[in-house]
Design a protein around this ligand. Structure first.
Ligand SMILES: [Zn+2]
Length: 662
């Protein structure tokens, strides 16, 4: 699943677990009553657990009493079951309790970070991690669930809808999940259901549904059509969709989850038009990667990277090569903006729970890993490997190592070095053109290119673009040492050589290669802030703006202090900024934003050290108006604001490493 907190489950031949649950929820009174028959085949020692919020009213073990599993209220119920002879054991547990009130003011991170079962008339969400049902700890499980709800409410879990009926007494639905699943999340709400059928490549019907709150039920058709498009795309690319349904479910909180057979997205999120073109496809694809082939959380989660590569990045490739390059540039630029200590090897990434830095590695670097793997193996072999991964590992916990084995088996290549250097190391290689020489020969030209890389060395296939009056050709150079000389025989006279201009390698951008963006001054803890104004009122507002941008107390230095190599943030009124730039012999306000709106913000690359970010406002009010909106524009290089409104924005072009040949 895309964003879940899990105790790492293991798929083993013992303790094969199956739940048969009946649960009755009343969202008005927020009560829950449940009964579960738990069957464990080939039992060994095991632990059963139920959350502290519930009271156990019956607990039996193979028809004998089990005890309630705790000594005090407010403790989780824990049953440690010793080794038991026999082919199977069964538990019967009945429990009841009150669910926490739904709090729609929570944001996505808070919803994720809070494994609490909540309920209310506008929605109920019982995440697996909340312990809302008694579960065998650390084991995948198959399950059957009967859900009972009062009239007007509908509910679901991941799985096949076996039966459903609605009457004056209420709503009842039963679901069956016949593959080993990581856990059960239960969702309910005042839903309007729309249904369509999709024919899979196996000619099996797949039931598509929207469970939408009434205020957005008009969006159903668009979503169902979009889901069909994605199923079509990924079935032809990978293999048949592994389930019998897919549902898009609205949430009263601004969240975004993917689970097998469904995605749970905030009402506000669903109304954003681009969600259908991006996030929805990402969530549909998780039914193959994540919920179809399970990542092995103990050795790193590869599924976000592969899903990002085959969804988000693929949509950019379909749009244009410029859009795809822009996304790659964003990935390496965000990596370059990480602070020391924030980088981690890909094998350490488990989920997105740990903030922005883990996204930079776990999603972006991992997606780039798959791009480099495709470049390395070629499109056709990569494609066959993807299909092989699906065929062999479906519904199995799969480590990076097992993934490597599949790619090796299908390509016939040893990929050990490739995998280990990209997965086990932090950092990224810094590559430079250190020398270029061209000599005329009898048959044309011999171009010598010396490449350098930082140690310890990576094994890299470095694309270099060679320009000549006849056009540009790309050559791949196999760089295996810290410094290496390559000789190319050319028919046409070369005029320039540039290094990886299309960003096909995950690497450290050279100083000045990356266009500076606001984010550098925002996230680097070493950033120094200069407040140009001497007026105490303006200084106060500027100080607030700086602390909101940096999300911490800014380190303010005097305006005449010399600038260090750390990023610098300059804030002042127009005349003060103009005078300061002139005194520092820096370029004036750029043409892109000059004299537009009431305030301008831009970055400047510096020869020595990190970038400068300048904020210039016409007056106090214009400065104050930036406090709320500006922190949202970290990925921009320049902006002009009219009050709080952005009227111009953009990113400076990348400065490709290029050597001109005379
Ligand atoms: Zn995801």
């Amino acid at each position: 699943m895309s964003e879940h907190i899990l105790s790492a489950p293991v798929l083993v031949k013992f303790n094969e677990v199956e739940y048969d649950i009946t649960v009755k929820i009343d969202p008005v009174n927020r009560t829950i009553e449940g009964k579960s028959l738990i069957t464990v085949r080939n039992p060994r020692e095991l632990q059963l657990m139920l959350g502290a919020a519930y009271e156990v009213t019956q607990a039996e073990f193979n028809d004998g009493p089990l005890g309630i599993g705790r000594e005090q209220v407010n403790q989780a119920h824990i049953w440690n079951i010793p080794f038991h002879f026999g082919n199977q054991i069964q538990f019967l547990i009945r429990w009841k309790g009150t669910l926490a009130a739904l709090d729609t003011s929570l944001d996505h991170q808070q919803t994720l970070g809070r494994p609490v079962a909540v309920s209310g008339e506008t929605g109920s969400f019982l995440p697996d991690g909340s312990g809302w049902y008694p579960r065998v700890v650390g084991h995948l499980a198959r399950y059957k669930i009967n859900i009972e709800l009062p009239p007007g409410q509908k509910g679901l879990v991941a799985g096949r809808l076996v039966e459903e009926n609605e009457s004056e007494q209420g709503y009842h639905a039963s679901f069956d999940f016949s593959h080993p699943a990581e856990g059960i999340d239960l969702i309910a709400g005042p839903y309007v259901i729309e249904t369509q059928t999709y024919q899979s490549v196996n000619h099996k019907p797949v039931q598509l549904r929207t469970y939408f709150h009434p205020q957005i039920s008009n969006l159903s058709k668009d979503y169902l059509d979009a889901v069909k498009r994605y199923l079509n795309l990924y079935e032809s690319w990978i293999g048949a969709y592994p389930y019998t349904e897919f549902s898009v479910v609205s949430s009263p909180t601004p969240t975004g989850f993917g689970m097998p057979t469904l995605t749970y997205l905030g009402i506000d999120v669903l109304q954003l038009p681009f969600i259908r073109d991006t996030s929805l496809g990402h969530e549909v694809l998780h039914n193959w990667w994540g919920n179809g082939v399970y990542p092995d959380y103990s050795s790193g989660n590869w599924s976000e990277g592969l899903t990002t590569f085959m969804a988000d990045y693929t949509y950019k490739e379909q749009e244009s090569s410029e859009a795809a390059r822009e996304m790659r540039l964003g990935w390496v630029r965000d990596f370059a903006a990480l602070q020391p200590g924030q980088d981690a090897p890909l094998t350490a990434f488990t989920s997105r729970m740990h903030g922005g830095a883990s996204k930079v590695v776990g999603y972006n670097k991992a997606a780039m890993f798959f791009l480099m793997l495709r470049d390395h193996l070629g499109e056709a072999v990569f494609q066959r490997s993807i299909q092989g991964l699906w065929r062999v590992q479906r519904f199995r916990i799969t480590s990076w190592q097992e993934l490597q084995k599949i790619f090796e088996m299908i390509s016939g290549q040893n990929l050990q070095l490739f995998f280990s250097q990209w997965l086990e190391r932090t950092d990224a290689p810094a590559i430079m053109i250190s020398e270029v020489k061209n000599i005329a020969t009898d048959s044309g030209y011999e171009l010598s290119i010396t490449l350098k890389q930082s140690g310890p060395v990576y094994q890299l296939r470095v694309p270099v673009a060679i320009e000549s009056p006849q056009g540009t050709t790309t050559h791949i150079l196999d760089l295996q040492q810290e410094q290496q000389l390559f000789k190319l025989k050319l028919a046409d006279k070369p005029s320039a050589v540039s290094l990886d201009p299309d960003l096909h390698l995950f690497r450290q951008l050279a100083p000045g290669e990356a266009p500076p963006i606001l984010r550098e001054a925002m996230i680097n803890a070493a950033t120094r802030t200069v407040l140009l104004s001497s007026d105490s009122g303006i200084r106060k507002i500027a100080g607030t703006l700086a602390s909101k941008l940096q999300d911490r107390k800014p380190q303010i230095i005097a305006r005449d202090e010399s600038l260090s190599t750390a990023p610098v943030l300059i804030i002042g009124l127009d005349s003060e900024v103009d005078a300061w730039l002139a005194a520092e012999q820096l370029p004036a306000k750029p043409d892109e934003i000059n004299s537009k709106g009431t305030a301008q913000v831009w970055t400047l690359a510096r020869a020595e050290g990190a970038s400068l970010t300048v904020i210039s406002a016409q007056d106090t009010a214009a400065l104050e108006a930036l406090i709320r909106p500006l922190p949202h524009y970290g990925r921009q290089s320049y902006l002009a604001f009219d009050g709080r409104q952005v009227i111009e924005k953009g990113v400076w072009p990348m400065q490709v490493q290029k050597v001109v040949i005379k």
